[in-house]
Design a protein around this ligand. Structure first.
Ligand SMILES: [Zn+2]
Length: 510
């Protein structure tokens, strides 16, 4: 297993070096983050203390859920169905991996195995709406964190295979929704790895080819001309495909919004639209953070209304857009945290190196000022009715699969979203965005039985989701012991692998 994992992690390292630059070149530089203590403090919100005590049974509960597969019943749990009011003590019947019934008083078919989930709370499986998923070895990290679905932002045949494998129960991993390959213009940021188009005609062909290959969305990138970009948007719409996008360098974010794309990633170019009149520009590598720190709050509402009016969702990816800078300013804290143990040694060296290069120009004041503005903008988007998505851009540096989704959700809490709003965005609304409301996202008859079972009350404290008592994915129930086994194996793989390929390849100096 270790040998295989190392190989897979090696693939990941190369590929993630690529995805990493997805943002790095935007930020014109290395990257890196800061200020850890706030992150911890932010999870301790005031309402935690009030409500955790009311949650029945968690302390007394000991028996493990046990494992189950295919057809079984879960009884006695509080159900946050995301399809209506919570059910205080409900039963879920699962047949062949799908929910066949949900309710307070259900007859359990004779002979159906029963799992007692009394005292626990069950929510739909969580969704990370911006990942780069490369291999089976990553699957358990998502599952152990309750992430049962991901939106992958650069599709390949490998990605599609990963989805099939997870669906068929070949390995524990999330279901994967993906556009085709990253599609870029004449000077592709990622070189030959991208699908390169150099004319509107080629662009239209590239979209149709992706449609024919079975992809349901396209990912449009940065170096295409406005003419090529518009051709891509028009053809994708004609083919009934979704459009996930960065802002091309030759266009403004307002121009992209006007085309009614489906999602903008990383708030890309938003900071330039929010600059105060007469802003003179920042300096070098600080420029990106300085622009955010300078953002004019009066302009936020107008821009948010444009997103709302055109129905363009923002996948803010606060983990990559800002939180990693905090981690970069205190790498010791990061690597000693629980998730640090899942970073392969070679990747760890690479992340450390990038942090070391960035630390000289990072200050907590700058990072926090930029972060405050990003959080403010995301909240204003939501208040104005513009859709927001919760995604992380794992595995960029300091963003570990699965674990990072909880950090992203904590940032949304910092931004002023309620726990209920956050859960809704990370489950029901994610499925709706993907046109998959009849597949997952709620606890409802007919949907996949992708479920997270926790002690405590996520509506009072989202951090209870970090250590599920059980997760159901691919038709199988993994209880805490099974999840711990998966994690132990992933830690061993990280410990025993060494990947030397990435450091110099990271295109941070784009
Ligand atoms: Zn990405």
């Amino acid at each position: 297993m270790n040998r295989i994992s190392a190989a897979l992690l090696g693939i990941s390292a190369l590929a993630l070096a690529a995805c990493d630059g997805v943002e790095w070149h935007i930020f014109q530089g290395d990257d890196e983050g800061a200020a850890g203590p706030e992150k911890v403090a932010s999870q301790k919100t005031a309402d935690v203390e009030d409500e955790t005590e009311e949650v029945p049974a968690s302390p007394a509960r000991k028996p493990a859920l046990g494992e189950a597969e295919g057809t079984f019943a879960l009884t006695g749990a509080r159900l946050l169905t995301m399809a209506g009011d919570p059910i205080a003590r409900g039963t879920i019947l699962i047949e062949d991996g799908r929910i066949s019934a949900v309710g307070a008083d259900l007859d359990i078919p004779r002979g159906m195995p029963v799992i007692d989930a009394g005292g626990l709370t069950i929510i739909p499986g969580l969704v990370d709406m911006h990942v780069h998923h490369f291999g089976e070895a990553e699957g358990p990290l998502y599952i152990a964190n309750g992430v049962t679905t991901v939106r992958n932002l650069w599709g390949t045949v490998q990605t599609v295979s990963l989805d099939r494998g997870a669906a068929d129960g070949d390995y524990p991993g999330p279901r994967v929704y993906t556009p085709g390959p990253l599609t870029d213009g004449p000077e592709p940021v990622w070189g030959d790895q991208s699908l390169v188009v150099t004319s509107p005609e080629m662009m239209r062909g590239a979209v149709r080819a992706q449609k024919a290959a079975g992809f349901t969305a396209v990912k449009l990138y940065e170096t295409m001309t406005p003419e090529i970009y518009r051709a891509g948007v028009a053809e994708a719409k004609a083919q009934g495909m979704k459009i996930y996008t960065h802002t091309p360098r030759a266009m403004t974010v307002e121009e992209v919004i006007a085309l009614e794309v489906d999602s903008l990633e990383h708030l890309e170019d938003v900071h330039n639209a929010l600059l105060p009149d007469g802003y003179e520009g920042g300096d070098g590598r600080r420029d990106y953070l300085q622009r955010w720190a300078a953002a004019d709050e009066d302009k936020m509402r107008d821009l948010a209304r444009k997103f709302a009016e055109k129905g363009v969702a923002n996948s803010a990816t606060l983990e990559v857009s800002i939180n990693r800078y905090r981690d970069m300013m205190d790498t010791e804290r990061f690597f000693e945290s629980e998730q640090g143990a899942y970073v392969a040694k070679g990747i760890r060296d690479w992340w450390q190196g990038s942090a070391d290069r960035s630390r000289p120009w990072l200050t907590p004041e700058l990072v926090n000022a930029a972060r405050d503005k990003q959080l403010r903008f995301v909240k204003i988007l939501h208040d104005e009715g513009a859709p927001v998505l919760i995604g992380t851009d794992t595995p960029n540096p300091f963003i570990v699969q699965g674990f990072s989704l909880h950090d992203e959700m904590a940032s949304f809490r910092d931004a002023g979203f309620t726990e209920e709003e956050i859960l809704d965005i990370a489950t029901r609304k994610a499925a709706a965005f993907l046109d998959a409301s009849e597949e997952f996202g709620q606890i409802r008859e007919g949907l996949r039985a992708d479920l997270v079972i926790v002690e405590g009350d996520p509506l009072a404290d989202l951090s209870v989701l970090r250590k599920p008592a059980g997760v159901i994915a691919g038709g199988r129930l993994y209880d805490r012991a099974a999840l711990d086994d998966m994690l132990a194996e992933a830690r061993a793989a990280a410990e025993n692998s060494y990947v030397e390929t990435v450091d110099e390849e990271t295109p941070t100096e784009e």
